[in-house]
Structure formats: C-alpha cells, structure tokens
Ligand binder design. Structure first.
Ligand SMILES: [Zn+2]
Ligand SMILES: [Zn+2]
Length: 98
C-alpha cells in the first residue's frame, strides 16, 4: 500500500460517512482532486476553501443569486445572475486582519 498523504493538518474525511479511507480517483476538468470513499463508495471533489467569500450574495434589486464577475486583490465584484436583464453589480472589499 502506498501512502502519499501527509498526516499534517486536517485529515480529509468523506463528507457522507466521515471515513478517512479515501482513494485518489483522478481529477476533474477544473483540476480538482477527486476522491472515492472506500467505506461508502461515494465520490466527491476535494474543495479548496476560500475563506474570503463566505456566502454568495443576492441581488438587492431582484433577489437573484449573484455570481463572481471579477476578482481582484482587494475586492470581489459580483454580477446579478439575470444579467443582462438585471445589471446590478455588487462590490465586496476583502477584510484584512491585523
Ligand atoms: Zn464515505
Ligand atoms: Zn438582479
């Protein structure tokens, strides 16, 4: 048995059964690591956490979900999902700690 995983940090677990018996199952087209749980047989994609964006905002005009339109070093710009019917934009500044 090869053991490529490092034990440092958070141990990756199956989101369904919390098992640690995970098998690398190739990659998605986006380059994300795909995993196969050997306990329950479920496939899932290892999500990379982006703490700067906690939740997707909703459009203040039409209440539709907004999507990332442009991401900068300091700000993230969202655009209404109903664009071009709704041309509402939202700019969120990143919070800097310290
Ligand atoms: Zn599982
Ligand atoms: Zn809208």
């Amino acid at each position: 048995m090869s053991h490529e995983e490092t034990e440092k940090g958070d141990t990756l677990r199956c989101p369904a059964c919390r098992s640690e018996a995970l098998y690398r199952y190739g990659r998605t087209r986006q380059g994300k690591q795909r995993r196969l749980c050997l306990t329950c047989g479920r496939q899932f994609v290892e999500e990379t956490r982006r703490p700067e964006i906690a939740a997707r905002p909703t459009c203040p005009l039409c209440n539709s979900p907004m999507y990332i339109y442009r991401r900068d070093v300091t700000v993230t710009r969202f655009r209404c999902s109903r664009y071009p019917l709704c041309t509402q934009y939202l700019t969120i500044r990143k919070e800097t700690k310290g």
